[in-house]
Design a protein. Structure first.
Lengths: 208, 504
């Protein structure tokens, strides 16, 4: 009958093996505690500083050359009358690392008698994904490949107001330029009552 | 001493020096397995208590929450207390997708404004409170990475992960020290003479076997598909082009008429007994109310044809001699390209007809047709239809087709140019032909009366002037007139006419 006689080394090793799980559990607990603390602490806006400095995922050129998160109006169509028509282009820059779906929708319509007038403004939207070096401006020089109204065709009133309702353009990850061509016509049959009216709306692009 | 100890010693196995590398690998393997198991247990156990676990698949909550982390959310949070906290909710923009974002504020309609920490702007669609599935409580980092690798097809990383896992198991198993007889645990079982001590076996095996068991259970749990669903902390970004506007001002009919440079423009806005019809164009070609501006000849109206160009006045012609003649006694050569505009209102059932606007010689009154000349006119026939006529050796006319004697203001526009003749009623073209020639004559423009001899072939009602051109027939328009306008040398386009009427 042999007795198992453990050497000091064996005991030491066994102890090491025994505390290993404890150490691993401790590390896991610490990680979870620290991660939860960092993610769920009730703070707002603590991580936005990097974005505020201009590292925006989505920008547009407002029909010009300077890209910004918010640009001044592409359309400032004053002194218009029924039958008037126009078309302009605007380029959106997507700098997100992930692929997404870019969609155009409008903000709320404001202005005097705005909704009534917007019902007489026919809008067409089409878009093409261009090379990252593209910078098509309001005059649409360099725009090619779109079909008028391919993305939207209808009144300014009926234009989608949410991301979910809008028609999208698939955009790959990395820097991408998407050129939108927006045409408008004030319905020749517009009622006389839309005199002294103005329809004002933001155009929003969102990528998800 | 030696005789006693010798046989015993011979049975004692003197262990070989234990490999440090084997020990290190075994410790690391155990640590790795226990770590994984602990993380998995934490992600799975709360589900039993009704919590939700989500593997984050995108990075909009960086740096706090990264893709591959698992968020544990407690159900039914108090919505009012969620501002600033991270919630999980059904994405209102994408059905069936769970989103993990931070609550920025609560709207008046009690919906939540949410935002990814890494997103520059809040989510465009507000979250109805009933869509909130949980409040973020625990974050287990990295645990979901294999899921991400699987979803994104990063097979190499997935393979590396599996190799590490198997390696850890192998290293753990190999780190079982043989007992004093040089046997490893699995060898003890088959040793008849030295059955394994179950207690000791369990206590020695537990540190290695337990995590492996947990991993196996967790894996089966996960693979069943109802383990840990994914949640996007989706990157979303917004860019805006702000304040796009379309403005239609209050267009002034009078201003637009003048912008097109009329030859004369009698607005007929006079009041009282004024005897002169002002020319609203800069040309000063006034008219004269005949026989006078007295109330017996003209009623000054307050409700003219224009709607937005108010207040708009007009006149009603009361007698057969009421007329508005060009004041200047100097005759002019009639233009071959021209536009004439008259606004008129005839009582319902009015059958008198009459000339509203035309070019004529003599300046006042009517002469025998053989002595005078008259065409380029807008007139109403006995059925209330409006005609635009010129004389090129024959009577060339365009008709409105339907009676307009309905006590409403209407705008009649006649144009002639090299493109032919056009008649527009209320901004809409109702007649066209290819005639480009009118009578060559000298004379004056007049409104409200004049000769229509010979223009009666389709009159069809009372006061027919007949087709006998030898007889002079004054046909006064004993109704209301407004905004008498003549363009000489220009024919307004259909678009211009439509716009003028629209801007009325």
């Amino acid at each position: 009958m042999a007795y198992a006689i453990d050497t000091t080394d064996q005991r030491r090793r066994r102890a090491l093996r025994a505390i290993t799980p404890l150490a691993a559990l401790l590390v896991a607990a610490l990680l979870i505690w620290q991660g939860s603390n960092a993610a769920f602490s009730a703070t707002t806006d603590n991580t936005n500083d990097t974005w505020a400095t201009g590292n925006l995922v989505l920008t547009n050129n407002g029909g010009g050359t300077v890209y910004a998160g918010s640009t001044a109006a592409l359309f400032t169509e004053s002194n218009r009358k029924p039958g008037d028509t126009g078309v302009k282009c605007i380029t959106v820059n997507s700098g997100g690392s992930l692929a997404g779906n870019l969609r155009l929708y409008r903000g709320a319509i404001t202005g005097t008698n705005g909704t009534a007038l917007a019902g007489f403004i026919n809008v067409t939207v089409d878009a093409v994904v261009a090379t990252p070096a593209t910078n098509v401006q309001a005059d649409c020089v360099g725009y090619a490949g779109g079909t008028t109204g391919g993305t939207f065709s209808g009144t300014l009133n009926s234009m989608p107001t949410t991301y979910a309702a809008a028609t999208g353009v698939a955009v790959a990850g990395g820097t991408q330029r998407i050129v939108y061509r927006i045409g408008w016509t004030i319905n020749a049959a517009a009622d006389n009552t839309v005199q002294s009216s103005s329809a004002i709306a933001n155009l929003n692009w969102e990528i998800n | 001493m030696t005789t006693i100890t010798e046989p015993i010693r011979s049975e004692i196995h003197v262990p070989e020096p234990y490999s440090r590398a084997r020990l290190a690998a075994g410790i690391l393997g155990r640590a790795w397995l226990w770590f994984l198991a602990a993380c998995l247990v934490v992600t799975l156990i709360p589900i039993v208590f009704g919590w939700h676990s989500y593997v984050i698949v995108t990075g909009s909550m960086e740096p706090g929450i990264s893709a591959g982390d698992v968020v544990l959310a407690s159900p039914d949070p108090v919505i009012e207390e969620t501002v600033g906290k991270v919630v999980t909710f059904e994405n209102p923009s994408r059905e069936g997708h769970i989103l993990t974002h931070r609550v920025v504020s609560i709207e008046e309609d009690r919906s939540l404004v949410t935002k990814g920490d890494a997103n520059p702007t809040p989510d465009s669609v507000h979250v109805p409170r009933e869509s909130v599935t949980g409040l973020g409580r625990l974050l287990v980092q990295f645990v979901g990475l294999p899921v991400i690798w699987f979803l994104t097809g990063k097979w190499l990383l997935l393979l590396l992960h599996l190799v590490l896992l198997v390696g850890a198991v192998v290293a753990t198993v190999l780190d079982y020290e043989p007992d004093n007889h040089g046997r490893r645990p699995w060898q003890r079982r088959i040793d008849q003479h030295q059955p394994a001590d179950p207690k000791r076996l369990l206590s020695r095996s537990a540190p290695s076997i337990t995590p492996i068991l947990i991993l196996a259970i967790a894996a089966s749990f996960g693979f069943r598909g109802d383990g840990i669903p994914t949640s996007a902390a989706a990157f979303s970004a917004i860019t805006a082009n702000t304040g796009d506007s379309w403005t239609i001002p209050n267009w002034s009919y009078s201003t637009e008429i003048n912008n097109l440079s009329p030859y004369l423009y009698w607005k007929l806005d006079e009041t009282g007994t004024a005897g002169t019809a002002a020319d609203a164009s800069p040309n000063g070609r006034t008219g004269t109310y005949a026989p006078s501006g007295a109330a017996t000849n003209f009623t000054r109206l307050n409700d003219g044809g224009l709607v937005t160009d108010t207040p708009d006045r007009a006149v009603q012609l009361l007698t057969t001699s009421s007329c508005i003649y060009t004041t200047s006694t100097t005759s002019i050569a009639a233009p071959q390209t021209f536009t004439i505009i008259a606004w008129f209102r005839a009582p319902t059932g009015y059958t008198g007809g009459g000339k509203m606007l035309g070019f004529e010689r003599p300046q006042t009154g009517v002469s025998a047709p053989t002595a005078g000349a008259y065409d380029r006119h807008l007139y109403m026939d006995g059925q209330g239809r409006v005609w635009f006529g010129v004389y090129n050796g024959a009577h060339v006319g365009l008709s409105s087709g339907t009676g307009l004697n309905n006590n409403q203001w209407h705008m009649a526009v006649g144009t002639q140019s090299s493109a032919g003749m056009r008649l527009y009623i209320d901004g809409v073209q109702v007649g066209t032909n290819t005639n480009t020639v009118a009578e060559t004559q000298n004379g004056w423009w007049r409104a409200g009366c004049g000769n229509l001899s010979g223009w009666g072939d389709q009159w069809g009602g009372a006061n027919d002037p007949g087709i006998d051109s030898a007889t002079s027939h004054n046909r006064p328009f004993m109704a209301s007139l407004d905004e008498i306008t003549v363009y000489s040398g220009a024919a307004l386009t259909a678009q211009q006419v439509a716009f003028l009427y629209w801007a009325r």
